[in-house]
Write a protein that binds this ligand. Structure first.
Ligand code: AMP
Length: 212
């Protein structure tokens, strides 16, 4: 069974997905991470994606849909996938529901103010993709990744103008998908403005009915 985690930038989807992966042995498919991997390869496709991602726009659905389908064939996905940052538009949702069984969609709510605050202080390891925060999730050695010691960066698309643009896209294209999830009776909503552990407990409670 597969699940979708969605919410505005900074709501903690990636952090929660990582916790669920450990508990349920699911595959965490972060579309943002997959796109950044493609960019890193420096292929013509990667170069095209890079421009779109850096300015905070959505990559064409044809590209993201191909990625999700390709990844789903891996053996690590046999217990199910946590989709994080996908689908982000109606076109992607239609593709997803036609190709995957979705047991739950979990919305993590966060105010715009808190979202901007969290993203502005987010730092990322360019090597392994691990996220930190300059306020509450500091690395052991300032500015260096705990895992591989690479120097942390502030993502281009995490800068103020780009965050605003991404949040606008979230509210106009991704949030309206809630109507579709509601129709399918798979929508669950939780408050993301609380400590990581509490949010996780609530998600686990929801998933108890799905992963028995
Ligand atoms: P994220 O790491 O989830 O914040 O995603 C970073 C960026 O990758 C987004 O701002 C988009 O430019 C791109 N991206 C991620 N997921 C998708 C998606 N499902 N559809 C289109 N573009 C995406």
């Amino acid at each position: 069974m597969n699940i979708i985690l969605f919410g505005p930038q900074g709501s903690g989807k990636g952090t929660q997905a990582d916790l669920l992966v450990e508990k349920y042995k699911l595959y965490h498919l972060s579309m943002g991470d997959e796109l950044r991997k493609e960019i890193k390869k420096g292929t013509p496709l990667g170069k095209k994606i890079s421009k779109i991602v850096n300015r905070g726009d959505l990559v064409p659905s044809k590209i993201t849909n191909n990625i999700s389908l390709k990844i789903s064939k891996r053996k690590e996905c046999k217990n199910g996938i946590i989709f994080d940052g996908y689908p982000r538009s109606m076109e992607q949702w239609i593709f997803l529901k036609n190709n995957f069984k979705i047991g739950a969609t979990i919305e993590i709510i966060l105010s715009e103010k808190e979202s901007v605050r969290r993203i502005a202080s987010r730092r990322v390891c360019p090597k392994c993709g691990h996220n930190y925060n300059t306020i509450w999730l500091k690395p052991k050695i300032s500015r260096y990744c705990d895992i591989d010691h690479a120097k942390l960066i502030h993502r281009e698309d995490d800068k103020p103008l780009e965050i605003k643009r991404r949040l606008k896209i979230y509210h106009t294209q991704t949030e309206p998908l809630k109507k579709e999830y509601k129709k399918q009776k798979i929508l669950y909503t939780i408050n993301g403005a609380r400590p990581i552990k509490l949010v996780n407990n609530e998600i686990v409670k929801i998933l108890k009915n799905i992963y028995k």
